[in-house]
Ligand binder design. Structure first.
Ligand SMILES: Cc1cc2nc3c(=O)[nH]c(=O)nc-3n(C[C@H](O)[C@H](O)[C@H](O)COP(=O)(O)OP(=O)(O)OC[C@H]3O[C@@H](n4cnc5c(N)ncnc54)[C@H](O)[C@@H]3O)c2cc1C
Length: 396
């Protein structure tokens, strides 16, 4: 078996597949090898968007991401904006886009369509599955991977550590650190994850969804909250989870989040409504009386927490406290916040300290909010790497 290639890509997930696809498109004579520890490509990609793959967003801005180098991130997002990514999927891969507001999906609403289309574009690449990379060594001008495969260029596309059962479990991080240095990583914390609460009374609310506005520290998010067996979830909570985990891991105390359960009403309107409902139905319990305003289990929880006055009930509807004691960890997170700092790589995402070693996707210290931003980063960073490597071939 041939063990000598031009480029070795470690990881056959979103960014690894896209990097190979773009390299193949630019120059099919570049010999690309993809090494993947799973027996199939794109395992996490298949799980995205509940199997529907929200692959980008029409409003890609660097302000929707967390990173250590916004300038470098902006440059990459400017070069590979939503239009360029949608065009690549549509015209080069044959994946027809569908739009839900700003969110972009394949029109089949199946992530398998995206994985299949990427794989079909890789006729000039070789795939080796069931191969976990455990060593990368630089020998003279080349890199030797697992003591067998060699290439002038290596792309690390091994993902973050979220949903480790998908294959991205950080197993390659020590290898990457051996090239990038001990302080090159931003601390890893789970992001886009549900939060845990010690509050016993909210257990009864498990399964309830409520449109609301959630406030945590100085940030707030509007959207649907979902009460769970051990706390709260829903997109608005997940959007705040990265900020929560980063703050807590750096020693800051954030004890609670506060929910406005009816953000469409101001304080006075809430109080007037609660008062009038209690007055209109004097023979009902207070929770029953307001259950046309607030779902019954929530109404019961609020009344039980209140001093039984209309004023306190209305106040709690506008500021329902949920104490938070952590998140549900990397096992349940959609993305990893932290990773190799952008500061340590060039604009082409090559390690500054190591010529020929490139990095793309979630392993870098870039994480976005829900809505297609994280896959967009996987594609944009992968294309940036492919361009940079192709430029090197042109120079030779
Ligand atoms: C449940 C869920 C839903 C999501 N939904 C969306 C969504 O709708 N929209 C969105 O934008 N983002 C979504 N994301 C985030 C998105 O999936 C990731 O940001 C994206 O997959 C990251 O791409 P990547 O290539 O960096 O890593 P991955 O896709 O994780 O790929 C990394 C690959 O490297 C392989 N690998 C790791 N270590 C080694 C090794 N040592 N040797 C060989 N191979 C290795 C892994 O097996 C894996 O196949 C979701 C994530 C989850 C968990």
């Amino acid at each position: 078996m041939n063990s000598d290639y031009d480029v070795i890509i470690i990881g056959g997930g979103a960014s690894g597949l896209m990097c190979a696809s773009k390299l193949n498109k630019i120059d099919p004579s570049i010999r690309v090898l993809i090494l993947e520890k799973n027996s199939k490509p794109g395992r996490k990609l298949l799980a995205t968007g509940n199997g529907r793959c929200n692959f980008t967003n029409l409003k890609i801005f660097s302000s929707y991401y967390n990173t250590d180098d916004t300038k470098k991130l902006s440059k990459i997002l400017y070069s590979y904006d939503a239009k360029k990514i949608i065009d690549y999927f549509d015209k080069d891969l044959g994946v027809v886009p569908a739009y839900k507001d700003d969110l972009v999906y394949p029109i089949t609403y199946q992530s398998k369509t995206v994985v299949d289309a990427l794989c079909s574009s890789l006729s000039a690449s070789k795939f080796i599955y069931d191969t976990e990379v455990t060593s990368v060594v630089k020998k003279d001008m080349k890199y030797v991977v697992n003591g067998i495969y060699s290439a002038f260029y290596v792309v690390i596309a091994c993902g973050g550590v979220s949903l480790p059962q998908s294959g991205s479990d950080g197993s390659l991080y020590p290898v990457l650190r051996s090239f990038s240095g001990p302080d090159s990583f931003e601390r890893l914390v789970p992001s886009l994850v549900s939060l845990r609460s010690p509050d016993k009374d909210i257990k009864k609310l498990s399964g309830i969804r409520q449109e609301c506005e959630v406030h945590m520290d100085s940030r707030s998010e509007k959207g649907e909250i979902l009460f769970t067996d051990n706390g709260v979830s829903g997109i608005c909570v997940m959007q705040l989870s990265g900020m929560y985990n980063r703050a807590v891991s750096s020693g800051k105390k954030i004890g609670s989040l506060y929910i406005d359960l009816i953000p469409s009403m101001n304080e006075k309107q809430k109080l007037d409504k609660v008062r009038s409902l209690i007055r209109s139905f004097p023979n009902r319990s207070k929770a029953d009386a307001i259950s046309g305003l607030i779902k019954k289990p929530l109404a019961e929880c609020i009344v039980a927490r209140s001093d039984n006055t209309a004023e306190d009930i209305a106040r709690l509807i506008g500021r329902f406290e949920i104490r938070i004691c952590g998140s549900n960890g990397f096992e349940n997170a959609q993305v990893t916040s932290g990773g190799l700092k952008l500061h340590n790589v060039t604009d082409g995402l090559e390690l500054k300290s190591c010529h020929g070693l490139f990095v793309c996707g979630e392993v870098l210290n870039v994480d976005g909010i829900c809505g297609g931003f994280n896959l967009h980063w996987a594609w944009a960073s992968a294309m940036t790497v492919a361009d940079a490597i192709a430029d090197e071939f042109e120079e030779v």
